[in-house]
Design a protein around this ligand. Sequence first.
Ligand code: ADP
Length: 489
Amino acid sequence: MNILFAAAEAAPFIKVGGLGDVAGTLPRYLKDRGHDVRIVLPRYGAIDRDRFGLSAMPGPLGVPMGTSGTLWCEILEGRLPGTDIPVYFLERRDLFDRPGVYDDPSGKGYGDNAFRFLFLSRGALETARRLSFPPRVIHVHDWHTAAVPLYLDALYRGDPLLARSATVLTIHNLEHQGIFPRELMDVLGTGRHYFHTGDLEFYNEVNLLKSGIIHGDAVSTVSPTYAREMTTPAFGCRLDGVIRTYAPDLTGILNGVDYGEWKPEKDPWIFQPYGSDDLSGKGKNKADLQTALGLPVAEGIPVVGMVTRLVHQKGMDVVASVIHRLLDLGIQMVLLGSGESWAHDFFSAVASERPDRFACRLGYDPVLAHRIIAGSDLFLMPSRFEPCGLTQMFALRYGTLPVVRAVGGLNDTVENFDAATGAGTGFKFYDLTGDAVVNTLSWALPVFRESPETLTALRKRAMSRRFSWEDTAGQYELLYRRAAEKRDA
Ligand code: ADP
């Protein structure tokens, strides 16, 4: 199949979150399955032309932007590193040569984000035409490129190159929908008749994600449980009704893990490599982690790790509300993260008050992330919602048992401990309350203190679980075929 990816991020060129991982990794595995995959991205200022060997294609590309007229750009061509997958960068410095991808340095979204990403969306279709590349499937991601299916239906079906192209929309996080004032219809250039409840009108504004859900031939998200949750008012961010109506067969496909990077047997960053056949190395990592963070070195004290963005989504407010009750369970807690300033202040203060029980490092530190995941006994993730989540999958691979709220990908990747049979790979709770977090840890701790054999069995089982990109790519391939069949029907 010819497959065109249109995305606002793709690692390693540019990555803000999970979307960047998927758009930079999935194409590699699709290519291995024999598909002709190509990617269209903006050329952000942070993407270095020389480092990635980008070269300009001949001739400018015109991108019609409704009443703003046709905007011209260059196309820079490169390759996804380590592959021969072509990547086309739309070069328009006034739109993309900025310090941030979505936000300015103060954290505020750029005022012209709608314009920037409509330019990318329409530019991706114009790029396919320029290349004479007829995509069987166009895979778009989140609101930034969610207008592509609408553009196709409204403006491009007469072009033989794009007449049969099916569209797949993957939603990585339903919270971000691309909602803008209705005047955006002028720039969109599809005609005002698309502005109605059955299309992209949303409480009298434009909702680009909604248009993608309605016009996409297939819609997916990044875990089966999140797919179900999205159809409920509690998790649906006001689009649950739209999803129930227009995307009843919404599919959840878990992201894969890069087990080249996350491999305790050969992890250059941890203190002592180890495998499931010899867990003594894990104890060494624990002692070294305690030393590195200034905690008392004690094998018998369970260490609970967290590596996370310190934001509302991750339930950090709930952890904060019971932090002293948690520490009074006789554990040590280790937190690495950055995010909201209240959390920085609060957790730093707890670290000063209880230095024997709580260690906190603020910032982004991939080496320490590996060390915490290797050296902790338990890994806590009390997320409000979690489309997929990666860190719990890393923790499993390192035999660090996840304690998670049973939402989204956390529910799909962690198997709950069953005291009667010893089955499971972690500990789950359902309500997002301080009591639930405290009670679940209280339930997990006796396994550490009193049942070493059960603990070893749980760890070995956790370490055997795999979430591979090969599987993920196979599932996307099926989804592409379904979308293509639907388009042809
Ligand atoms: P999300 O994308 O919602 O932040 P995920 O669990 O899907 O959550 O992915 C988070 C990724 O970011 C993981 O690779 C995790 O190790 C990493 N990460 C998060 N915070 C930090 C940090 N402070 N330092 C290093 N790595 C971090």
